[in-house]
Design a protein around this ligand. Sequence first.
Ligand SMILES: Cc1cc2nc3c(=O)[nH]c(=O)nc-3n(C[C@H](O)[C@H](O)[C@H](O)COP(=O)(O)OP(=O)(O)OC[C@H]3O[C@@H](n4cnc5c(N)ncnc54)[C@H](O)[C@@H]3O)c2cc1C
Length: 432
Amino acid sequence: MRHLHWFQTDLRLTDNPAIASHSAADSLLCVFLMPKPRPWCNLNGLGPQRDRFLRESLQELRESLQAVGQDLMVLEGSPELVLPDLVARFGITEISTSFTPGFYERQALEYLQQKLSIPIEVHRGNSLFSRSELPFELSDMPKVFSPFRKQVEKLVIKTPNSNLSHLPPPPAGQFDAIPVAGTAPNPALPLPGGRQAGLRRARQFIFDQESITTYKQTRNCLDGLDGSSTFSPWLANGNLSVREVAHDIFRFERERVTNESTYWLYFELLWREFFYWRSVVDDKRLFLSGGVARKVRGCTFEPRAFARWCAGDTEFPLVNALMRQLTATGWMSNRGRQIAASCLISEMGIDWRFGAAFFEKHLIDYDVGSNYGNWQYIAGVGCDPRGGRHFHIKKQTEQHDPQGVFTTKWGGHRPSQPPYITDAADWPLDHR
Ligand SMILES: Cc1cc2nc3c(=O)[nH]c(=O)nc-3n(C[C@H](O)[C@H](O)[C@H](O)COP(=O)(O)OP(=O)(O)OC[C@H]3O[C@@H](n4cnc5c(N)ncnc54)[C@H](O)[C@@H]3O)c2cc1C
């Protein structure tokens, strides 16, 4: 039995049921395919910080695999092309992978299931609940968050599986080194890739500094590490299992303190879970301008305005600082994302998908459900019962950066720009 595990958003050996399922195999080929987002919305490729976080994570995963007699093969190319080739080359008899939501991900899996005549086992992905544990069929999943939360909040979250001590050996042959990242973590907000950094951050935020006890008051801080948990990059890449994080919260509550803030961190994990499963149900509609609501929104694409938003060169200093923080570090706070998204949608009138695509390129915590779901929410074409959110930038600045410390730190004050010019070529976009 020659098996292959295809790593996607599960870059860990602990609480990874897919990788644990190969104990009886004669050999195991561990493979990761570098993501190559399809060009759309005038963008392609990964931003330098997203690329860096991923490569650091892969390097550390490879070392963890080597410690249990394994290795990691990292390749470029689409799963539809690369995996059949590997199956033929190594005589693979079974494939496993962890469930990873997304329209293209589903298409790739369906193609492989049709094309290959070997079993492809899809195990639980990085979610709190497996599909069969949800108290409803996915087709009946609530469209908005509150009824979803009420139904799942009291479910028991299973204990994460423990670490692996042994895996079958890789097939014979030399595996190429993983090319190192061309950039380093930004010292102003250092978020290194890899499981060890994620575990350190979880220990620091929950147990050492007990920042979790004031999370509800501090979560809207604009700089990471100061207020919110900043767990998202390690959750999105699967360095940390979300069940591990939930169990850390519960242990803290049992052993030390339970309050509104400790509950709120779990509440936010439920938001993540909501968008995770919604993205499975919503599938292709996650990428439509009219969204899951199929609403017609008046919007345009003005390339100069979009370029200014991306570069952090708008007439809004706070938005400029946020966008500069994003490209310099690969991260932005939740409140920052809401303000920057609202600016693109409501102040500039640009199709929300251009903003979402820019976030996809740069965020080290990029996650299809959380990114596109939140963008739709703010644009009013998704799961917001209030029909979209408009954040007033002046008020937000007074509330979240009253002294301008954040705006100055990230260079948000820019020379003023010539006014926008909308001409005859600036047609509204198609809504399908
Ligand atoms: C326009 C927009 C785009 C976004 N894109 C992404 C994305 O690509 N990937 C991503 O992980 N999150 C995304 N979010 C959600 C949220 O902004 C980030 O999860 C959060 O800022 C990460 O910081 P943190 O870990 O310190 O969060 P904390 O406040 O400490 O929350 C803890 C965890 O809960 C989850 N969480 C918190 N808020 C949300 C939320 N609104 N939606 C879903 N999960 C949440 C995350 O896993 C987070 O790590 C987006 C939000 C907006 C408004």
